[in-house]
Design a protein around this ligand. Sequence first.
Ligand code: CP
Length: 310
Amino acid sequence: MQNKHLLGLENYPAQDIQTIIDTAFSFKEVLERPIKKVPSLQGKTIVNLFFEDSTRTRISFELAQKRLSADTVNFSASTSSLKKGETFKDTSQNIEAMKIDAVVMRHPTPGSPLQLTNYIDSIVINAGDGTHEHPTQAILDMTSLQEKFGYLKGLKIGIIGDIAHSRVALSNIYGLKIMGADVTLCGPSTLIPPHVEELGVKVNYNVDQVIEWADALNVLRIQRERMGGGMIPSIREYRNLFGITTERLANHKKEIVIMHPGPMNRGVEIDSSIADSDQAIILDQVLNGVASRMAILYLLLGGKESGDNK
Ligand code: CP
């Protein structure tokens, strides 16, 4: 891997993304075994530093670490000495003094993982930093797309929803463009950043046209906390204009693949009947998340071959 850390996918080498995806497929085979564990990271210690809520990413990273036989420690900001006024720098340096190898960090502030690399020597993996990036989500999304279609180059992906506040969207845009996919963004104009076309994507405010065009849709969570703040008039209007509803998909005579990073607002950005249908690969994304994070940890921490796959 060209980079020591995984802070984001902006300018990330295409070859390294492909290596992660290929390695994820070989780890997925490990996850199908009765004993889902390999010794690849035996002796390595990884701290999961979560300053913000998470279900999927946190459990996925912890499982990935355990499947690779690493020692793991979970840190929760709400029960730490940060509550007593300790700084982020002191907390990080004290944790590193206990001889660790890597930190997986989620933080509400964009740029925090980069800041952490200034404080510690360990490998840093960004598990989501505010509205900036969520690179491991984008990698698991690309792994899922490659698994479904067999290729990424030339694939047509619609990303629907709150693009402006979505770290999932930004990491997907960077990753998909690097891998040669075509990306169209769709959502309320208040939630599409100005000049976003400079990232090599198209913008189309008509979700039906995007559905006709795309091979797959990545449907983003509408962040209810932004309702009423002038960004979206109402949930009902959002659903009518941009929702991936049963009626809307029934009007299109095509089988389109549906993705969602979770957590979902059923009945808002996506209908339950769509989320639970065969065309949705949402739970495949979750399983591929464990395999992709195993691959990322293995490749960044210099895991050893066991002679039994990985
Ligand atoms: N997709 C995702 O990041 O989910 P969590 O917030 O539950 O980790």
